[in-house]
Write a protein that binds this ligand. Sequence first.
Ligand code: AMP
Length: 451
Amino acid sequence: MTPTPFEALPLAAPILRVLRELNYDTPSPVQAQAIPLLLAGRDLLGCAQTGTGKTASFALPILHAIHERPKQIKPRGCRTLVLTPTRELAGQVGKSFSTYGAHIRFKQTLIYGGVGQNPQVSAMRGGVDVLVATPGRLLDLIDQRAVDLSGVEFFVLDEVDRMLDMGFARDVKRIVSLLPATRQSLFFSATLAPSIVELAQTILKNPARVTIDPGTTTAERIEHQVCFLDRENKRHLLEQLLRGQAAATSGKLTIVFSRTKHGANKLAKSLCEAGFPAEAIHGNKSQAQREKALEKFKKGLTPVLVATDVAARGVDVKDVGLVVNFDLPNEPEAYVHRIGRTGRAGAEGRAVSFCAEDEREFLREIEKVIKMPVPRWDDHAWHDEGLADRHLRLRSGGGMIQGGGNRGGRQGGGSRQGGGSRQGGGGNRGGGERDYSNASGRNNRRGPASR
Ligand code: AMP
């Protein structure tokens, strides 16, 4: 079956025009499913990760409604509220609205922490059509009566799984309690764990469900591999990979994930010393510093970005050819988000994860979530077969899938049959100071955000 082109959707002419200018001809699966439902006024529960085109799936129908039904907005009010977990994602969503709404008259503003609030208060004075906000600063401004949510018609919660991970459940519930009962609500999450579905039920009315399986999309689009090696050798293998990237003709940009802010700084410094221009972004950097680092990265001036999970949220750079998990994430869902930084918009991408002895437990959790073993890449000088073997035993001991995939690498020797013994898997959960910092920029927040 040939996919329906955008032109066949009943979107307003200025929207179809911008899509033509962007060379988008076919809606992505989440767009093909969500846009007609949203145009029909339905609430939506969307299970889709970043990189699937989900931003346009909600921005286009909202812009269509704003264009077709222009309205006088109350002072300090907004017609659309998009809540995002981080300021980076807020910036990205705001940019998408500006891009897709290039030929439409509408006003939008962003509200997030880490920057002065006065320009945000001023921007809200006359009301806006679209407000994209992180929860903490939004509540601060609501408490100061600088924002009024009573006129919201469209409410979008983006990356809810992340929002809950970061300790924003109470803030989200408070914001929802301030919205009018009559509204259209959209709820997007990369995973639909029971706690997330429960929250969705309190927000959505008879929602349509759209599921783009993150496991399938990730595995299909992105070549991902794991290397078993000693922690001390990670830097050597990273440098080898970066040399390969430097020689690439396209997709030269690399994002390297570090679990901690300190680790990110140290790694960026040592890469620079080794001749690979790199910069670190994490929650301790100011908004201006992060934006500057991202600009330089996008332009290829510093083709390596070392990032923590929080800082990399919402980073939408098309030419990222390689993602390296220098440290494996201790939250398995973060793996899907991280490797989704490459292979954007259907492009080819590769993700390589480094697994040291104390990270085998993390890998096992990841493989459970993505429902497949991460293919091994053994064909490098620092491969540790004993470690690979211990992981295999840990995995099969936990009743996991047998066989390693082993894409691109030689067959790992050793015993591959399920050993059942779960020795070794200690896993040092949560080691180091995770970068939960300040997704919304609000100070002294409770929960993990202030850990
Ligand atoms: P998102 O998942 O919303 O972050 O989008 C991922 C990337 O895909 C962004 O760079 C979009 O500009 C791009 N994109 C979204 N929809 C389409 C489409 N239908 N055709 C081509 N590119 C798209």
